[in-house]
Design a protein around this ligand. Structure first.
Ligand code: HEC
Length: 104
């Protein structure tokens, strides 16, 4: 290997890890507030308790972080919550942190 290739190889190895989260740098705290205000009541009506059974029930629908993000976007549209993509990201990050714990 010539010097140039070695240099490129070394710089690739030292690249900082790129954020792997599909929701980027989202804020789960802000997500919790949005979620509790606009989403939880209906889930509580369906499942009782604090409504979290919607996310932890057997056979729940989601299996990846991307699934959460897409489902939140769909629910946002269906319920006309009027959220921006950043809000959807915050809520998805919150749901994963609190309930789903998906690694990818
Ligand atoms: C009018 C009632 C209602 C409202 C309001 C509502 N949801 Fe839901 N949600 C449902 C129902 C019903 C399901 C189950 C759908 C199914 O089983 O196909 C669901 C399922 C979900 C799931 C998937 C659960 C799983 O793991 O299977 C997520 C995530 C979710 N909702 C997020 C939200 C978010 C975020 C909001 C607020 C923007 C919201 N929901 C508002 C009724 C509602």
């Amino acid at each position: 290997m010539n010097k140039f290739a070695t240099l490129i190889g070394a710089s690739l190895l030292t690249l900082p890890a790129i954020a792997a989260e599909p929701w980027g740098n989202a804020d789960p705290k802000a997500g919790k507030a949005l979620h509790d205000n606009q989403c939880v009541a209906c889930h509580v009506r369906l499942y009782g308790g604090d409504g979290s059974k919607m996310y932890t029930r057997d056979g729940h629908l989601l299996s990846t972080k991307l699934d959460i993000l897409q489902r939140v976007a769909t629910c946002n549209a269906q319920t006309r919550a009027g959220w921006f993509p950043e809000d959807e990201a915050d809520v998805a990050a919150y749901l994963n942190q609190q309930f789903y714990h998906f690694k990818d």
